[in-house]
Design a protein around this ligand. Structure first.
Ligand code: PLP
Length: 386
């Protein structure tokens, strides 16, 4: 059976060029970037080349990029690192109710250490309430962490406006840009952030590699101890093959971003039109315009997202109900409930996240296959009366 992958916000297929860029660092060029001999020097050169590439695309300085094992580690490093470095100044952190669990659970952990955390509300589109942000800031606030783009509904947050509010008060600003980097234009200076997390596997790069931008002068306590890697900020032998692949993935995403986004928006709208043209009682979750080009979250009223997914999977279509990290839990998405989507409607949400390798033919297949699935499931649903 032909398999169609529409779960690119969970992870993506590694591009052949990326794999190609990684292979030499598993084969002849396998040195440890900290070794002084030629094997090490050559790995170090590749590492610094990648750092330079990554920094350039974000408008950052080369020394401001710290490689990590992914977005989760970058979020942990940023939030715990700043919280611990600024503890003497204050113990209040502001984030939003719709963050990824990499941020939410890090904040929960810090609450256990005595930090106070405000979880800002969002509007019906998933946009953070700036009025509430202003109200939440107090003289103990040391950090604000708001995502750049939401992984479930794709809403893009007004980070530039948030920065203006936060910077006026001298507060450190972190953004989780894991779903944004490589998909939309991201420039750390323009955004006005002090720290920014991102990850390789969301942009056709390898899994297990990410990075944290740390603006020069930002106070951050390292939380992983060992050798002197990554400018003493993150101990551990660098994943040189992964980092080389990450840099290649970034290069490919940046090179073709405008063209790729036109392609993705075209497919996304075709899919949405196809769904709304054939299926009743559907709603769009997320902002109609300020949204990632590849993300379409649709609510199918009277149904459970999980059963839609299973039925689509049997027809070869892979999508998701929300975050991959939260799948398997029967709770309604915290993102959708925070947006005010009613609990029962939130249960019927399906996230289609498109990627580089999706085609119009695949979308045609989904548009043809999905309506009978929904019809069949609704006939069985005790909530549906036609
Ligand atoms: N933040 C967001 C918004 C994400 O979507 C994800 C992954 O789904 C992460 C953080 C975690 O990134 P990683 O899988 O690289 O640890």
């Amino acid at each position: 059976m032909k398999r169609i992958y529409l779960d690119n916000n969970a992870t993506t297929q590694v591009s052949p060029e990326v794999l190609e860029a990684m292979l030499p660092f598993y084969k002849e060029n396998f040195g440890n970037a900290s070794s002084v001999h030629e094997f090490g020097r050559s790995a170090k050169a590749a590492l610094e080349d990648a750092r330079n590439t990554m920094a350039g695309y974000l408008g950052a300085g080369t020394n401001e990029i710290i490689f990590t094992s992914g977005g989760t580690e970058a979020d942990n490093m940023a939030i715990k690192g700043v919280a611990h470095a600024l503890r003497a100044k204050g113990n209040h952190i502001i984030t939003s109710a719709i963050e990824h669990h990499a941020v939410l659970n890090t904040c929960k952990f810090l609450e256990g250490e005595g930090f106070k955390v405000t979880y800002l509300p969002v509007d019906k589109y998933g946009v953070v309430d700036l009025g509430e942000l202003k109200k939440a800031i107090n003289d103990k606030t040391i950090m604000v962490s708001i995502m750049l783009a939401n992984n479930e509904v794709g809403t893009i947050e007004p980070i530039e406006a948030i920065s203006k509010i936060v910077k006026e008060k001298g507060i450190t600003l972190h953004t989780d840009a894991v779903q944004a980097v490589g998909k939309i234009e991201v420039n750390v200076k323009k955004l006005g952030v002090d720290l920014l997390s991102y990850s390789g596997h969301k942009i056709n790069g390898p899994k297990g590699v990410g990075a944290l931008y740390v603006k020069k002068g930002t106070k951050i306590t390292p939380y992983q101890h060992g050798g002197h890697h990554e400018k003493h900020k993150r101990a551990g032998t660098e994943n040189v093959p992964g980092i080389a692949g990450f840099a290649k993935a970034m290069e490919l995403s940046m090179k073709d971003m405008a063209k790729e986004n036109l392609h993705l928006v075209g497919l996304r709208e075709k899919l949405y039109d196809g769904i709304t043209g054939a299926i009743k009682h559907v709603s769009l979750n997320g902002h109609p315009e300020m949204r990632l080009p590849n993300t379409l979250s649709v609510g199918f009223k009277y149904l459970e997202g999980e059963s839609i997914l299973l039925n689509m999977d049997m027809e070869g279509i892979a999508a998701s109900t929300g975050s991959a990290c939260a799948s398997g839990s029967l709770e309604a998405s915290h993102v959708l409930t925070s947006m005010g989507v009613d609990h029962a409607d939130a249960q019927g949400a399906v996230r289609f996240s498109l990627g580089r390798y999706n085609t119009a033919e695949e979308i045609d297949y989904v548009i043809k296959t999905l309506p009978p699935i929904i019809e069949r499931l609704r006939k069985m649903s005790p909530l549906y009366n036609g």
